[in-house]
Design a protein around this ligand. Structure first.
Ligand SMILES: [Zn+2]
Length: 269
């Protein structure tokens, strides 16, 4: 089964992870810029990171037949530093022009601070000005519902087209809210935190597969880079049709991503 993992932080994964993903049928990953687990000391640290995402990582993925594209931004956590945000936003456009960059992301909120919201709004303004797709990180745990509401309000206020925005890390209490507002909703499949494959399957059964994108969101913490095929197996074991599974792991992410002309839809195989 060929599938996409549209949210995977491959810079913090090993080559063995690429191999495991390729063996499980992964044909494309898209990698959002994120917090590395430690704060960078300057905007030049981000310039190097953006070069890694656009120059080195695609070649590493290509060895396994995986197409690699990415999203760029200053992440919500470091976005609390408004001085740094201004410096990173100034260098962002030259990198957004690169051929494998699909849009602005993952922007959003971490602790729902005023500074984070201001940096989020700056990124949204840049994305809308350039006609970029937007990928959004919603806060964790007790901050998630409030943060998701703040994000949706800010997007509406900015005049964003919901069909071109993917709001990720949805859970049972935010999935309906996101899709009712017209946005694409993402489920991130973690073995322990966020949505387990079984919880994600429950949500698909409850809410349906419209405008839904699933990914492993694998990063430097505990994560399973094969989260997407694990969800496919869970759905298959529950007796769901192959057409539903293919829609969730292949057609849906392609339908969203190909709104960016730089995205190359993989052959279904
Ligand atoms: Zn992420």
């Amino acid at each position: 089964m060929r599938y996409l993992d549209p949210h995977a932080h491959m810079v913090s994964r090993t080559t063995d992870d690429y191999r495991a993903m390729a063996l499980a049928g992964c044909v494309a990953v898209t990698e959002p810029a994120f917090w590395a687990g430690w704060d960078r000391s300057s905007a030049s640290g981000f310039a190097d990171y953006f070069r890694q995402l656009t120059e080195f990582e695609p070649t590493r993925a290509a060895r396994f037949g995986i197409d690699h594209s990415c999203w760029l931004c200053l992440n919500p956590k470091e976005g609390h530093d408004r001085g740094l945000a201004r410096e990173v936003l100034a260098i962002l456009p030259e990198f957004l022009d690169r051929p494998t960059v699909l849009g602005v992301g993952e922007i959003g909120l971490n602790k729902n601070t005023r500074n984070e919201l201001a940096t989020f709004e700056d990124h949204v303004a840049l994305a809308l000005d350039r006609g970029e797709l937007i990928l959004i990180h919603t806060p964790h745990l007790e901050d998630k519902l409030k943060g998701t509401r703040l994000i949706i309000d800010a997007l509406r206020h900015a005049g964003a087209d919901p069909d071109r925005v993917w709001i990720d890390h949805a859970e049972e209490h935010t999935l309906g809210l996101i899709r009712d507002a017209g946005f694409w909703a993402g489920l991130t499949l973690y073995p322990t935190t966020k949505a387990s494959p079984a919880r994600a399957a429950d949500m698909i059964e409850t809410f349906g597969a419209d405008r839904l994108i699933v990914s492993s969101a694998c990063d430097w913490g505990d994560a399973a880079p094969t989260g997407v095929p694990t969800l496919a197996l869970e759905l298959r074991q529950r007796g769901h049709a192959e057409s539903l599974i293919r829609r969730i792991v292949f057609e849906n992410p392609c339908d969203f991503l190909e709104q960016c002309p730089k995205f190359r839809r993989p052959a279904r195989g």
